[in-house]
Design a binder for this molecule. Structure first.
Ligand code: ADP
Ligand code: MG
Length: 251
């Protein structure tokens, strides 16, 4: 799918307008894919409406939505790889398609290993550049990075924040990325290694030391996860905690 970015708001785009108004009148869904007749693809993200109890569990959706809007804009303004905003309203954002997510790329038999390694290398470099710019993604899970064939772009910026270079929020980004990679691919670290290698050279000075420091603080979490793993041996997430903290101690 081509990565077609927004046309100027002044240029009429009736196909997009029709798909968008229909999607906006349909019952709200948080994230919806819009496929236009001419092959262009967009993603519509809307504010989630949650009951009181879910709100307590998941946090305030309006706040998350505002953070996402700010993150999409801030990254785009800094020239960083991000999905970007094609159009927006008070409680919705329309993004151009940024390509398949890293797990989709990794699972695609039509792509060779060299391209997969390139996608993960670019993901690591994108995260390093984001950190250079004094920001933190907030939750860069492997499924929140898209690959369009040349750039690894971030989506899902609901926990975006401005953050000190080589500070704890940036270190937490790296832990989150590695944790989700080990959850998906516990036996094979090649893709994660490609990302970590690129991160280490493109991140701000002191960033890898900050990750090692955070990992030391998280040692009790590692013990806890190891204990819980014995009770729930099937949990990939719990197993990934040990793999993540073990690997990042040596970053
Ligand atoms: N701009 C985009 N380009 C490509 N895929 C997207 C885009 N926005 C969303 N998606 C797809 O929709 C999924 C959910 O969107 P996301 O913003 O991550 O919301 P959630 O908070 O539900 O994870 C993503 O994992 C991805 O597959
Ligand atoms: Mg997501």
């Amino acid at each position: 799918m081509g990565c077609v970015h927004s046309r100027s708001a002044l240029v009429p785009d009736p196909d997009l307008d029709a798909a968008l108004s229909k999607a906006l009148t349909d019952p709200p869904r948080r994230v919806r894919r819009l496929d236009l007749p001419d092959g262009r693809r967009f993603w519509l993200k809307r504010v989630e409406r949650l009951s009181g109890r879910l709100r307590l569990q998941k946090g305030d959706p309006a706040k998350a939505f505002a953070a996402e809007r700010e993150g999409l804009r801030a990254l785009a303004a800094a020239g960083l790889p991000v999905a970007g905003v094609a159009q927006e309203g008070l409680d919705w954002l329309l993004m151009p398609d940024a390509g398949p997510t890293l797990p989709d790329v990794a699972a695609d038999p039509g792509r060779d290993e060299a391209e997969k390694l390139r996608a993960f290398t670019e993901a690591g470099r994108s995260l390093g550049r984001l950190h250079w710019a004094g920001m933190a993604h907030g939750r860069p899970a492997v499924r929140d990075v898209c690959w369009d064939g040349s750039a690894a772009r971030f989506i899902d910026l609901e926990r975006f924040r401005r953050a000190q270079r080589a500070g704890v929020w940036q270190a937490a980004d790296v832990v989150m990325f590695a944790q989700t990679a080990f959850t998906q691919w516990p036996e094979d670290g090649r893709w994660l290694e490609a990302a970590l290698g690129a991160y280490a050279i493109s991140a701000p000075e002191g960033a890898t030391a900050a990750v090692r420091r955070l990992v030391r603080w998280l040692t009790p979490v590692r013990w806890l996860a190891a204990g819980l793993s014995r009770i729930r041996p099937g949990s990939r997430e719990l197993r990934a905690v040990g793999l993540t903290l073990g690997r990042l101690r040596r970053l």
